[in-house]
Structure formats: structure tokens, C-alpha cells
Ligand binder design. Structure first.
Ligand SMILES: NC(=O)C1=CN([C@@H]2O[C@H](COP(=O)(O)OP(=O)(O)OC[C@H]3O[C@@H](n4cnc5c(N)ncnc54)[C@H](OP(=O)(O)O)[C@@H]3O)[C@@H](O)[C@H]2O)C=CC1
Ligand SMILES: O=C1O[C@H](COP(=O)(O)O)[C@@H](O)[C@H](O)[C@H]1O
Length: 383
């Protein structure tokens, strides 16, 4: 049995058959099916990639060429790996995101630099559910620099202690058998602070700047603002952060959560407005699906396993289904879905990203731009 390598050096014992997505009440399964014409001489088989923590799946229905005795010939397909493929394989196998992040984090320690992360909209759902737990995971893995401070910023009145209590409820040691997790959580929470302010107040951001400086304690400062707020206040917050709280001697960067507008025109308008205050290389647009283990592992599964690479084509794959299912209902999202639309919420971003990653040709390298170019090409082909 071949080992399926993952970016986290975890091995999967075997490929399990995928079960049909359950249609429990409250589930909203959404399927994107890519089909090519099926040939009768192929047997359909299903394999699934399923991460332990995700309910979302990518189901691949493969065609296995059938020999006269019924045995599948997949393993007998000659494998011709060209130089690019070899390079890619070695990049994939040597790539460990945590190691790279640790190295990046420690580069700030050598220069005695600080990094301050401000979660703008810290009282909200995304901050609680995803951002603080993700920051804690980075801290646990030593992927944050030695001198880092996290500030929550929002209009709600809260003390530092109240922010810590709120955040502590959603921190988890997501992987089993994590050592000293409780201790690490306490250390992490001590580095979290809160500042209450309006999103359009230069004065309130200037007060944040003062607090950040106290924590930076004379060190070179690098500042990251994570916009975890509704899109209609992005520009106000960016304007105030850049004019009243940006770094004087390091970098200032802004992470923007989707939605990046509701259509191409409004997306361009958003970018144009952001660029009044930031250069393009200061703006980081996030699609959190690309950070999911399941999705990250797709590339490794494709390019580092000789059994898949030669089979990954329309010649052998009859259809691919992307199944998005949540085990909860609309909850507080009714108004948002009514205004913005459930398709814009996940389909044209998260699911299309996965589709492109799945369908793209082999990129020249694993650099973000090479992967992006191949993804764009695959989307053109689908048009
Ligand atoms: N929740 C999720 O899972 C995901 C969310 N996103 C995106 O991330 C961003 C934040 O999402 P989420 O945390 O769910 O949003 P919330 O509605 O929870 O808003 C975040 C915070 O922003 C402030 N806020 C809310 N509405 C307004 C308003 N009309 N005017 C001014 N301030 C307001 C509130 O803080 P206060 O009142 O204290 O100022 C609130 O706690 C959004 O752009 C969303 O589309 C993207 C992916 C997933
Ligand atoms: O961006 C979004 O994603 C979540 C689903 O993400 P997951 O990581 O929890 O699987 C979705 O619930 C939300 O509506 C959407 O805005």
C-alpha cells in the first residue's frame, strides 16, 4: 500500500471508500460536479480525502481500466517523471510549513524586532472562532516571534481580562496529546490585550498606537492589522490604522477577509480604495480554505504519489464532486445570506479555489504565483 504523504508528515494508512453525504436536517450539502464523458469500459471507484477535523470532502470517482481478467491496471501505467515533476516532488517532500514559519519567526528575534498583531473586530464571530485559535496554534508551534503582542480592537467595552476570558473559551489543543497545552494557553493569553475604539476614529487608533509602542518597548516594530469586521467598514479602519497606527520603522500589513466585494466591479472599487492607503504588497487577502489540512494535502497527494500523478486526468477520472456540508443550520447568518447570497459566501471563493487546485496542471514550482497561474489557466479551460 502506498503511503500518502501529507505536508504535516502524517501518513494515512489507507484510502477509505467515501460514504454518501448525509442529508441530516440542517445540513446544506452543496455539490460541484465536474464531469467528462464516461466510457463504459471503466469501472468506477471512489476514493476520498477526509481530514480528521473537517466534514468537507473531495470525492474522486476514478475509472480504472479493466483488464480482461478484471484486474485494475492502474499500477502498470508507465511513469515518466520529467525534471519539473522531480523538482516539485522534492519541494513538496522537504516542505514543512511549520518549519518555514519557525525560521521566519526567529529571523525577527535576531534583529530584536517586534511584531504586533491587531485583530480589528475582536468581539466578533470570526475572531473568536478562527483568528485567536489560529494565533494560539502558531504560538504553540513556536511560529510567532519572541517579541509579539496581540491586541483586540472593537467598539465593545472590554477589559484585557474580559478579552482573555472570551478568547480562552475557544482555544483548543487541536491535535491530540499536546504537551503543556494549558500552560501554553496561559502564556499566550498574557500576551493578548484589548483596546476599545470606533473604526473611523483617528483619535482612537492613535490611542492604540500609543499602547502598541509601550509593548514594543523601543524595538523595531512590525504591525499587522487583521480586518475581522464587515466589509462596509474596511476602508474606515484601514484609513485610521494607516494614518494613526502604522509602524514608523518596520512593516505595516493588512489582512482582509472575504468577501472582497460582491462582484467584479465592487471588488475593483474595494482594491482601489485600499490602495489610497496601502501598497498592494501590504494587502493580504485570505481564503481560509486554502489553509485547511485537507486542501493543503491535495497538492502533496497529487504530486508526491506516483500512483496518482499519471492517473490525474480526464482519461481516468469520470467526475469529481466537491461536497460542502455543515452540521449546523443557518444560525445567525440569515441576514447575511439574504443580502450577500450563499453562493457568494462559499462557492465562488472557497469551493472554486479547491476546484482550481484540483484541476490545475503541474505548476513550475510551488511558488504562490506559479500555482496561481496554473489555477487561472484551469478556470479559463472550464469557461
Ligand atoms: N464568521 C465567519 O466564519 C467568517 C467571516 N468572514 C468575514 O469576516 C468578517 C468578520 O466576520 P464576523 O466576525 O462573522 O462578523 P461580525 O458580524 O461578528 O462582526 C465583527 C465585529 O464587527 C463589529 N461590527 C459588526 N457590525 C458592525 C457594523 N454594522 N458597524 C460597525 N461595526 C460592526 C462588531 O464589533 P463591535 O460592535 O464590538 O465593534 C462585531 O463584533 C466579515 O467580513 C465576514 O464576512 C469570512 C469568513 C468566515
Ligand atoms: O467563509 C465561510 O466559511 C465558513 C465555513 O468554514 P469552516 O472552516 O468552518 O468549514 C462558513 O460557515 C461561513 O458561512 C463562510 O462565511
Amino acid at each position: 500500500m502506498a503511503t500518502i504523504c501529507s505536508t504535516h508528515c502524517r501518513s494515512y494508512p489507507s484510502l477509505q471508500p467515501v460514504s454518501s453525504p448525509s442529508s441530516k436536517l440542517g445540513h446544506v450539502p452543496q455539490h460541484v460536479t465536474l464531469s467528462s464523458s464516461a466510457s463504459k469500459r471503466f469501472l468506477a471507484a471512489k476514493v476520498s480525502l477526509k481530514s480528521q477535523s473537517d466534514s468537507n470532502e473531495v470525492a474522486v470517482h476514478t475509472h480504472q481500466p479493466q483488464q480482461s481478467d478484471g484486474a485494475a491496471t492502474a499500477a502498470a501505467v508507465p511513469v515518466d517523471i520529467d525534471t519539473t515533476q522531480k523538482l516539485l516532488n522534492s519541494e513538496l517532500l522537504s516542505f514543512t510549513s511549520a518549519e518555514e514559519s519557525r525560521a521566519e519567526a526567529s529571523s525577527y528575534n535576531n534583529g530584536n524586532e517586534s511584531v504586533s498583531i491587531t485583530v480589528v473586530g475582536a468581539s466578533g464571530d470570526l475572531a473568536k472562532k478562527k483568528i485567536f485559535p489560529a494565533l494560539f496554534a502558531l504560538y504553540y508551534e513556536d511560529c510567532l516571534p519572541k517579541h509579539f503582542t496581540i491586541f483586540g480592537y472593537a467598539r465593545s467595552k472590554m477589559t484585557d481580562a474580559e478579552l482573555r476570558t472570551m478568547v480562552s473559551k475557544t482555544l483548543t489543543c487541536r491535535i491530540d496529546k499536546r504537551e503543556n497545552c494549558g500552560e501554553k494557553m496561559d502564556e499566550f493569553l498574557k500576551r493578548c490585550f484589548y483596546h476599545s475604539g470606533q473604526y473611523d476614529s483617528q483619535e482612537n487608533f492613535a490611542a492604540l498606537d500609543k499602547k502598541l509602542k509601550e509593548h514594543e518597548n523601543g524595538k523595531a516594530s512590525n504591525r499587522l492589522f487583521y480586518l475581522s469586521i464587515p466589509p462596509n467598514i474596511f476602508i474606515d479602519a484601514v484609513k485610521c490604522a494607516s494614518s494613526s497606527a502604522s509602524s514608523g520603522n518596520g512593516w505595516t500589513r493588512v489582512i482582509v477577509e472575504k468577501p472582497f466585494g460582491r462582484d467584479s466591479e465592487s471588488s475593483a472599487a474595494l482594491t482601489k480604495s485600499l490602495k489610497q492607503y496601502l501598497r498592494e504588497d501590504q494587502i493580504f487577502r485570505i481564503d481560509h480554505y486554502l489553509g485547511k489540512e485537507l486542501v493543503e494535502n491535495l497538492s502533496v497527494l497529487r504530486f508526491s504519489n506516483l500512483i496518482f500523478e499519471p492517473l490525474w486526468s480526464r482519461q481516468y477520472i469520470r467526475n469529481v464532486q466537491f461536497i460542502f456540508s455543515e452540521d449546523f443550520g443557518t444560525e445567525g447568518r440569515g441576514g447575511y445570506f439574504d443580502n450577500y447570497g450563499i453562493i457568494r459566501d462559499i462557492m465562488q471563493n472557497h469551493l472554486l479555489q479547491i476546484l482550481a487546485l484540483f484541476a490545475m496542471e503541474t505548476p513550475v514550482s510551488l511558488d504562490a504565483e506559479d500555482i496561481r497561474n496554473e489555477k487561472v489557466s484551469s478556470l479559463y479551460i472550464l469557461l
